[in-house]
Design a binder for this molecule. Structure first.
Ligand code: GAL
Length: 632
């Protein structure tokens, strides 16, 4: 019998049908053990396995252990991460979600004892070990074993589909569909130094505008509060003598405000007394740990923060909800007990999602913030994951792996080792789900001293140009569960050459991005079957090749139409995007879609506009067609 306190207890209603009968042809074992229970899923010999949430250290999971335990500093490729998820998908046309918040251990492609046959079949002595190994493997049963601790049962959801994209999309629909983001959320976000005062924030905002750096969101880090570790959620009077006035001024310049916080509540906080009965039995940095599984605790947070929404605070960065093994007491232990009945183990896996839900109630319109922990069934929450880790290579891998499990990842940019490093990192971030510059320990814009402001401006402008295209991809996420950014193997599961490609990804349906780090002078690119065009050089590409370029390698599918907007410095409710229809290859008969709405209202009705390569004008308050470009 499944226990209480599982992800579906807290998730929105599915947008897809769920049947109670198991699909045929998928071999599942189940047993109850002293330690909990075990599910076993039979795996074919040559298939690959993906998923398990955000994975910065590994891509495919075949022959790997995956531990579904949140950890901000995973030391190696064990599955632990900011956002581990008990969902995986195979190249065999099926995937499985286990509905539990426990620290499940998955063993992918492990071999069970022989079924009746021992040794090699022909009785000869093999001298070639590869041979012996192959023989024995054929006689054994390979499984994905999922060991679920404590509970003696769990609901499992088996999802079948044509390809990985189809299965992942259904998983996202099970989670209530993809998130609804505001149009401004797809622009660029800049986070200021953690000790900036309102005067410094305004001066930074002024420089951003005067340098012509497109930016939609200004983020404030811990220093906005009178106490930050743990949090008072009260504006610091010395640094921010009139925070409303500051927000008003930022609003006039077209910025939304995003506030950093974490949930651990300081004794001086006005929330503290209301949370006494609504928090766990351990404290963190002397602060209470609110039990967001309780509606009342969510409402305490929502009611308190709501007035900030009116002043211009449109998003939050929800920090520290993941925990780390290296930061001592910076989190609560697994044995913590919460008034809802959850223990520390399950609360660790649910914390980011429940906290995110609480803060959505504090905001009246759409938002697109950050959270450092997430987990199962998270697709509908408009937060991107981020990290204090900083390997560019791992950050690229995160963009590809997060798409397998209904998560969005920001390969945020902080400092850089060199000009090249800065440019390469910003290239990656503008082609990711969230374009975020997190200068929380930097007093000036990180590119200024490196002498590459012009290059960075051009990249951030390119992000603005891509908003209409990206907005359509996010609409497909919301309605169809289709991840806006995803690994190549998702769409092209049958193309085995793409199975190990961890450092390229689809950006929307028609673009493939192959980021480069500063350490690379050239890189190998593997493209799916068919013709592709270089986004920057307009040349035709196909198959596998090496490329050397200062741009980020981006390829557009032959036959597609990309609506590129003239960049604006921020998006407002009445922004009109001036579109150039960029047509690649033979586009006769092709269509592109753009989505029109007010860009901020939750559940607003959308109008989908269809574009052909010959479309001259559209009736729309949001878009105007100003030109056409052909690449053949
Ligand atoms: C970290 C967070 C950083 C920054 C910092 C401020 O926990 O990951 O992005 O916000 O706190 O102290």
């Amino acid at each position: 019998v499944p226990e209480q306190g599982v992800p579906t207890d807290f998730s929105p209603a599915p947008l897809c049908e769920v049947n109670e009968t198991a699909p045929e042809g998928i071999d599942i074992g189940f047993s109850v053990r002293d330690s909990g229970c075990v599910f076993e899923f039979k795996l074919q010999e040559n298939s690959e396995v993906y998923g398990f949430g955000l994975q910065l250290k590994g891509f495919g999971s075949r022959s790997r252990k995956r531990h579904i335990r949140p950890n901000a500093d995973p030391p190696s490729n064990t599955g632990e991460s900011h956002a581990p998820v008990p969902f995986f998908v195979t190249t065999e046309g099926w995937g499985v979600y286990i509905d539990t918040a426990r620290y499940v251990e998955f063993y992918c492609g492990f071999t069970k004892k022989d079924k009746g046959v021992t040794g090699s079949s022909n009785g000869e002595l093999h001298t070639d070990f590869a041979d012996i190994y192959a023989d024995r493997r054929a006689e054994c049963e390979t499984v994905i074993a999922a060991s679920v601790p404590v509970t003696h049962g769990a609901d499992i959801y088996i999802i079948t589909g044509e390809n990985i994209l189809d299965i992942v999309s259904q998983y996202n629909l099970l989670a209530g569909g993809g998130c609804e983001v505001p149009l401004w959320g797809l622009g660029n976000q800049y986070r200021c130094h953690l000790r900036f005062s309102s005067a410094q924030v305004l001066s930074m905002a002024g420089s951003i505008r005067s340098l012509g750096i497109p930016c939609d969101v200004i983020g404030l880090e811990p220093g906005w509060q009178s106490n930050a570790y743990s949090c008072s959620f009260v504006w610091d009077k010395t640094r921010f003598p009139d925070w409303r006035e500051m927000c008003e001024s930022l609003k006039t310049q077209g910025f939304k405000v995003n506030l950093w916080e974490h949930a651990f509540t300081h004794p001086t906080s006005p929330l503290h007394s209301r949370l006494g009965e609504l928090s766990g039995d351990y404290t963190v940095w002397g602060g209470l740990v609110p039990d967001f599984a309780l509606e009342e605790a969510k409402n305490v947070f929502a009611d308190y923060h709501a007035p900030m929404d009116e002043a211009g605070v449109k998003a939050y960065k929800l920090d520290e909800c993941d925990g780390s093994d290296y930061t001592g007491h910076w989190t609560f232990p697994n044995c913590a007990q919460f008034p809802s009945g959850l223990d520390g183990e399950r609360y660790h896996n649910l914390f980011g999602i429940l906290y995110g839900q609480a803060m959505l109630r504090a905001l009246t319109q759409r938002t697109y913030g950050q959270v450092r922990n997430s987990g199962a069934l998270a697709a509908s929450y408009p937060y991107a994951l981020y990290s204090d880790l900083y390997s560019h290579e791992d950050f690229i891998r995160g963009v590809a792996t997060s798409g397998f499990s209904g998560l969005l990842w920001s390969p945020e940019v902080r400092h850089a080792e060199s000009r090249e490093d800065m440019i390469r990192r910003v290239q990656t971030v503008v082609f990711s789900p969230q374009s975020l510059i997190n200068a929380f320990y930097l007093e000036s814009m990180p590119w200024v001293e490196l002498g590459c402001t012009d290059e960075i401006r051009r990249l951030l402008e390119l992000r603005m140009s891509l908003i209409p295209y990206l907005y359509t991809a996010f609409e497909d996420y919301r309605v169809k569960g289709r991840p806006p950014v995803r690994a190549l193997v998702c769409d092209c599961t049958e193309q085995t050459a793409l199975r190990d490609v961890w450092n390229e990804y689809f950006f929307g349906d028609d673009m493939i991005v192959a980021p480069m780090t500063a350490a690379e002078h050239s890189r190998r690119v593997v493209l799916p079957e068919g013709d592709w065009y270089g986004f920057f050089d307009g040349r035709k590409y196909s198959g596998t090749f090496d490329i050397e370029t200062e741009e980020i390698p981006v390829f557009v599918r032959s036959g597609s139409i990309i609506p590129l907007a003239a960049p604006v410095d921020h998006v407002s409710e009445d922004t009109v995007f001036e579109l150039t229809l960029c047509c690649y290859g033979d586009t006769s008969g092709s269509v592109a879609r753009i989505v029109e709405d007010d860009g901020v209202t939750r559940g607003a009705e959308r109008r989908v506009i269809t574009l052909h390569d010959y479309t001259e004008s559209v009736e729309s308050f949001r878009y105007r067609i100003v030109g056409r470009r052909r690449t053949v």
